[in-house]
Design a protein around this ligand. Sequence first.
Ligand SMILES: Nc1ncnc2c1ncn2[C@@H]1O[C@H](COP(=O)(O)OP(=O)(O)OP(=O)(O)O)[C@@H](O)[C@H]1O
Length: 259
Amino acid sequence: MRNASLRFGERLLWDGLDLDIAAGEFLAVLGPNGSGKTTMLRTLMGLQELSGGTVKVAGKPATRGSRQIGVIPQQRSFDNNTPLRARDLVALGIDGHKWGIRLGRAKMRRRVDELLELVGATEYAERPIGVLSGGEQQRLRAAQALADDPRLLLCDEPLLSLDLHHQQAVSSLIHRQACDHGAAVVFVTHEINPILQYVDRVLYLAGGRFHVGTPAEVMRSEVLSELYGSPIEVFESNGRIVVVGMPETVNHAHPQQGA
Ligand SMILES: Nc1ncnc2c1ncn2[C@@H]1O[C@H](COP(=O)(O)OP(=O)(O)OP(=O)(O)O)[C@@H](O)[C@H]1O
């Protein structure tokens, strides 16, 4: 992203954002509700035009429908009557023609089985998705996003409604896509601790401003106090980051350029 800005009417979400996300890098995007985290993912998917500046993915302007991008969208439940089985949802992520030759049915099935196993969904592979729990559906979305070995993996609060065990399993799977397959990962979250060990850099958005850096550079009292415009304490306890004094609302009235 180069000099990227996004505004809706009077409301500035961010301005002057220069950001390179390298292959194999794990970037966490944090910020309060409405700070523009999902909208940023939408610009990378070519679904939201910037108000200013440019956004490129793998050297080309971001376009919708790119098979180079895998997406774990923000969670919404499937309707009870959705006529798909768990395995069908995962199969939808596979481009049967990816290497020019159509993948045979047996190969497709093997790949789907492998993905189902990776997210611990083998047991419910044949069940209709509408009857699965939120966490079970979420694990299928993760499998679908990884199906085509994406270069860029966009995750919008992918750990929501997962129990601790599956939070660890899914975040480690996403991390492997970065370190073993060289994908760039953009991971939107409200809670950095479950992924702290994987995060290379943090982009923190708040009140029309932003700050980018390593977790140690960004998750500091001075930085968050400045972003929120009110005193915030950040400290470490048992390897976890604890933030105290987060305001309930963030003032968007006088946005300034980010640091
Ligand atoms: N097309 C649009 N037109 C007008 N306003 C929009 C549009 N899209 C998003 N917004 C506004 O931009 C702001 C940022 O939305 P976004 O969904 O990116 O926030 P977020 O940081 O992902 O929040 P949350 O943590 O609640 O998911 C919101 O106030 C939203 O209402």
